[in-house]
Design a protein around this ligand. Structure first.
Ligand code: ATP
Ligand code: MG
Length: 415
């Protein structure tokens, strides 16, 4: 088993193993497979701690410098020649010389197409079918989004008359699985706008200059598809606190992104931005200025009423006995929406399994759901414990006031 296989095995066992992703990135760098190295580093950025992120930025910087050097006309010619050679050897084998002769001229444009394809693939540019009524609870957040995004979007005249600025976006933060992406999609659904998710892998490119080009393309593509909502997921990995950036090369990328965001005129562009992060403390404060993500909103785990509606939403259309939704909600304190989704899936799976082995069909019962709850744990606890320190020591701007209220309500469990 070679080194890469070994690391891949580690990742198979735990796909959130940031260090393994990092090692995989290093190996791919060593072998010169930059696109795979970049992918691996992006995954490592998702799960790594600050120290590891710093190391990754250094590696990304090295990749970028290397590619800048390689992008000289002479080396491009060399690359073309190499490519030509590989292809002509292949062609000899294939006895298909004609096809091979057409390939080398396309090398440079081939790279461009690859970049574009990556962006195109990751952006599902449909108007989502999800609406606010599909999102359980989060009533405060829905109201903020209605006032700041939906109403100005569908009723721009009123805001124009009062000269009310409508630019800028909302930055959602909170524990995983609590509906940040889901409500962003639902917002697009409410506005009848397309939903364009953007991830760090859509931006970063080992070819220096291509990252900036990617940012340009993303915004140009969004303007061409208006009305739409650009959703920057895991914005902490893109807008990583600039003072912590060890790579000189990341700074211009972040600055370029900020300039593009600021350049949006929502009323004419019909282009809105929503950002999301699990790590608000890692998001550069430059992202939070007026005209950028100027409203930061906490997306908490669903409260009891929200859990009732999420259970109802998730069980709708499935064969069930009489269900005591209040009891389910009481038993799932701190569960995220995704955790509740999982509880319903586990219960359903168990019932199907039983039906398949007994041959006797029956609906999902309260007991199935209670058993599924007992066999699972809320996934939000670790995040809530982490943010406790930030609330305690880094809440000067009052950014975490809502979180503080939430934590003190759940002192018993969280300590
Ligand atoms: N309030 C909710 N109402 C209904 N379903 C929900 C709610 N919150 C979460 N879910 C369910 O959980 C899934 C995961 O939610 P989502 O992807 O929006 O979480 P997230 O906050 O973006 O998590 P992450 O930080 O991991 O990206 C959704 O697809 C949805 O099925
Ligand atoms: Mg998400």
């Amino acid at each position: 088993m070679d080194k890469i296989e070994l690391i891949q095995k580690m990742i198979e066992q735990d796909c959130t193993n940031a260090y393994a992703w990092y090692l995989l990135g290093l190996e791919y760098c060593e072998q010169g497979v930059e696109s795979l190295a970049l992918q691996a580093f992006s995954e490592a950025l998702k799960y790594g701690d600050e120290a590891l992120k710093n190391k990754i930025f250094v590696e990304l910087g090295k990749l970028a410098s290397k590619n800048q050097a390689e992008a000289s006309p002479a080396s491009r010619r060399e690359a073309n020649e190499g490519f030509e050679k590989i292809h002509s050897e292949k062609a000899e084998k294939d006895e298909d010389l004609q096809e091979a002769a057409a390939v080398p001229d396309n090398l440079i444009s081939l790279k461009v197409i690859e970049g574009g394809k990556r962006i195109g693939n990751s952006l599902d540019q449909e108007t989502p079918a999800v609406r606010f009524h599909d999102v359980g609870g989060l009533d405060n957040l829905k109201e903020i989004i209605r006032m700041k995004i939906v109403k100005p979007f569908i009723n721009p005249g009123l805001f124009d008359r009062f000269r009310k600025k409508t630019g800028g976006g909302i930055l959602l933060f909170g524990p995983p699985g609590c509906g940040k992406t889901y409500i962003a999609k639902a917002t697009a659904g409410e506005c009848n706008a397309k939903f364009i998710p953007v991830h760090i892998t859509d931006i970063l490119d080992p070819y220096l200059g291509m990252s900036s080009q990617n940012i340009k393309d993303i915004f140009a593509n969004a303007r061409a598809k208006k009305p739409c909502i650009l959703f920057f997921d895991e914005i902490d990995t893109v807008g990583y606190n600039r003072s912590k950036l060890s790579s000189e090369h990341m700074r211009p990328i972040v600055d370029h992104l900020l300039a593009e965001i600021e350049g949006i005129d929502s009323s004419t562009d019909k282009l809105l931005i929503i950002g999301a992060t699990n790590m608000p403390w890692d998001v550069d404060s430059a992202f939070k200025r007026p005209g950028r993500f100027d409203k930061t909103v906490f997306v908490p785990p669903p409260d009891e009423a929200a859990r009732i509606s999420i259970f109802k939403l998730k069980l709708a259309g499935r064969p069930v006995e009489t269900i005591d939704y209040e009891l389910l909600a009481k038993a799932t304190e701190l569960y995220s929406g995704a955790d509740i989704d999982n509880v319903v899936e586990v219960a359903t799976e168990n019932v199907i399994h039983e039906i398949l082995s007994s041959g006797k069909e029956r609906p999902i019962s309260m007991k199935d759901l209670s058993d599924a709850i007992t066999s699972t744990k809320p996934s939000t606890i670790e995040w809530l414990r982490t943010i406790k320190n930030y609330v305690k020591y880094a809440n000067q701007a009052g950014l975490y006031d809502d979180v503080e209220r939430y934590l003190s309500k759940h002192k018993k469990i969280l300590g």
